[in-house]
Design a protein around this ligand. Structure first.
Ligand SMILES: [Zn+2]
Length: 103
């Protein structure tokens, strides 16, 4: 994940806030929620369509309806979670990781 593409969170963060990522290639979208405080990337690989190799762009938390159900969540991994060196670096810089929503 490119550090230059990271969206810097405000001091209070975007915890609890919904965001939408839209794929430039398949035009699919996902709704995400920040369940922890931290930094989320501006672009992620497509998660809307299986086998799509497009990039999804953040809507910068400009989500009109915050009551939408999120299908993915940004979380801070626990210390026992084994991460790749790239992911660990991202987390060390205050970054959150994405996973399928658990609630
Ligand atoms: Zn796509």
């Amino acid at each position: 994940m490119s550090q230059a593409a990271q969206l810097k969170a405000e001091p209070e963060g975007f915890q609890g806030k919904k965001n939408i990522y839209v794929c430039e290639k398949c035009k699919g979208h996902i709704v995400t929620v920040d369940i922890d405080r931290g930094v989320t990337p501006f672009t992620i690989d497509c998660k809307a369509t299986v086998f799509c190799d497009g990039w999804m762009k953040s809507s910068m938390y400009r989500v009109f309806d915050q009551s939408m159900k999120a299908s993915f969540e940004w979380y801070r991994p626990t210390a026992i979670e084994v991460l790749s060196p790239g992911a660990q670096h991202h987390v060390d810089q205050g970054g959150l990781l994405i996973r399928k929503a658990t609630s």
